[in-house]
Ligand binder design. Sequence first.
Ligand SMILES: C[S@@+](CC[C@H](N)C(=O)[O-])C[C@H]1O[C@@H](n2cnc3c(N)ncnc32)[C@H](O)[C@@H]1O
Length: 267
Amino acid sequence: MTEDYNRRTVEYAHIHATSRIHFDIFFDILGLKEGQRLLDVGGGYGEILLEYMKRNQGGQVFYDLLEPSALQLEKGRTRISADISEAFMHQNVQFFQNDFLDFQSENLLDHVLLKMVFHEFSWNNKVAVLKKAKSLLKAGGHLTVWRPYLRGSVRDFFSSVIQKKDELAGFGTMQRTRYFCSEEEFEALLLEAGITPAEPIFLLEYIFDTSRRFESELKGDQHLYQQWISHILDAYKSADDLVRQQVKVVESPGGLFINFQRAIFRF
Ligand SMILES: C[S@@+](CC[C@H](N)C(=O)[O-])C[C@H]1O[C@@H](n2cnc3c(N)ncnc32)[C@H](O)[C@@H]1O
């Protein structure tokens, strides 16, 4: 997995179509207060801290960025140090290069965040990830999970779209290891981890735009891109009624738009 993320240089907010308003809503849900400590698991290049600081200049929070990928972590160091004072970096920010399941924290945390990262863990590791996240929290602390919202067979269609892209982009470990779980599976995993399931606090519309992956992931290769588009159209054609009712695939100037959803949960 890490070897793929050491080659994957994408802007997550761009490919995930995350807007300023999505972050506003997310911070409202997160409820991060002055003096609190947040662990951003698989936090990429630290976008959560950068977005938080845009909204709370001088805010005194403690931010731990955990990433197994040296490339993502280095990108994080560069971006955070460009935007944030040296004193804040020194006193409030820690970088950990670790797989989450191997991570040991000296501090109990107010918040553990899994943003667009729960799917990175194999099916067999998912319960352990939830248990670990809970075990790192102080009493009264919160686990916040932001993930694709995939009811029933929408999961299979979404997973097939992403896995084909991973295969064509040469991200073999991602293709083999990542597992996008359905809502029904997520509920069962939570129960197994001893967490009471809850409805999402917020559902975000996610207009998946294939063209955003053309340069960054498929390196502008038209042949690969056309294979991906054909795969999506075929998968949609053979999908069941639930998928066809809930998900629409329409042509866009540079490829396809697909309306998926993402959800923010707080436990
Ligand atoms: C899709 S990206 C999301 C990045 C960021 N959370 C965001 O939403 O912008 C997934 C991230 O999870 C990280 N990741 C993959 N496997 C991981 C693991 N076992 N432990 C912690 N992070 C992991 C990857 O390196 C990658 O940066």
